[in-house]
Design a protein around this ligand. Structure first.
Ligand code: MTE
Ligand code: MO
Length: 321
């Protein structure tokens, strides 16, 4: 499932055809790049309408980022572990905001896609998200390439927002409208869904920064592997850098795994641990800690510790006989 990009062997990128697709409204076939426009309106000095050519004429950035779905917004604590690592090319939203000139009263940036449909009992809704102006200015890109190719229709062709430190829900596909406003928008996907109360807090807040999390990928869940020395490995990620990953086999102690640094981009970090697996079935768990001091909970939340089952077999005969 996860391969190494031959051009950049230290960065692990998920091939486009393996990136999940999450579209809440009618499935969109993508817009026409020749007629696509992005409007920038609301509390701005110079309302704008940019076409694709104008967007391509603005400064471009290339960055790698974890692209993770928060999960079903109707079941916000259930883990889905839909996570990938993607190389994007796009224009910083700041460049476009600069052209439009936000007025001093502007506090929030609304990002709207072209898709319309029905969700959670509401009909004819659009896909709308919002961020505080300062975060939108420093963190959002208008991306048009994914792993070296134009965005595919399902991923938001021709242009989508990407908020690299945040959950995928904030990365609005088929982006056509940016609004600067004094208030947050009252909307299905901004104030009614995609809010949550974090542990230790009492007020619900919007689903934005990613949680600390990790996933065991090798050996694959359910695999039978040779008994003896094995490499237990996977990826860890968070909105900040991951500083430690520990692995526990069966009821053994948590042991520190070797962990790659994050580098300049918010990509995921590989971890690995050599472990001597005795013959028989095993439960393997991993737990990440980030530089903000957050640790994955053992259970009960969407980023709970990931667990796989593997069987170690002595060669020539199945385990346990
Ligand atoms: N316009 C629009 N943008 C959207 C969505 C959507 O339904 N419509 N889904 C969001 C969610 S919940 C996620 S996880 C990501 C998924 O992006 P992908 O389908 O390219 O993987 O897009 C986000 N942006
Ligand atoms: Mo999502």
């Amino acid at each position: 499932m996860f391969r190494t990009d031959p051009e950049t062997p230290d960065v692990f990128l998920t091939p486009v055809e393996e990136v999940f697709i999450r579209s809440h409204l009618a499935r969109h076939s993508g817009l026409d790049a020749d007629t696509w426009t992005l409007t920038v309106e609301g509390l701005v000095e110079r309302p704008l309408r940019l076409d694709f050519r104008a967007l391509q004429g603005l400064p471009q950035r290339r960055f790698t980022a974890v692209h993770e779905c928060f999960g079903n917004p109707l079941r916000p604590t259930v883990p889905t572990r839909a996570v990938t690592n993607v190389d994007w090319v796009g224009v910083p939203l700041a460049e476009v905001l600069e052209l439009a000139g936000p007025r001093p009263e502007a506090r929030h940036v609304w990002l709207e896609g072209a898709d319309r449909g029905d969700f959670a009992g509401e009909s004819g809704v659009s896909y709308l998200k919002d961020l505080p102006l300062e975060e939108a200015r420093t963190e959002v890109f208008l991306a048009h390439r994914m792993n070296g190719e134009a965005l595919r229709p399902d991923h938001g062709y021709p242009v989508r927002a990407v908020a690299p430190r945040m959950f995928g829900t904030n990365s609005v596909k088929w982006l056509t409208r940016v609004v600067l406003a004094a208030e947050r928008p009252e909307h299905l996907f901004t104030t009614r869904l995609y809010t949550r109360v974090l542990p230790g807090e009492s007020e619900a807040r919007p689903v934005r920064e990613k949680d600390v999390s990790s996933k065991l990928l090798s050996p694959p869940d359910g695999a039978t592997v040779p008994a003896g020395a094995a490499e237990l490995a996977g990826y860890a990620w968070s909105s900040t850098e991951v500083t430690a990953v520990e692995i526990a086999v069966d009821d053994g102690d948590w042991q520190p795994a070797e962990l790659d640094g994050r580098g300049p981009h918010p990509s995921w970090q590989r971890f690995r641990l050599r472990y001597d697996l005795a013959p028989g079935p095993h439960r393997v768990r991993c737990r990440a800690t980030d530089s903000a001091g957050r640790v994955q909970p053992l259970d009960g939340d969407r980023n709970a510790v990931h667990e796989i089952r593997v069987t170690a077999a002595v060669s020539g005969r199945p385990a346990g006989r």
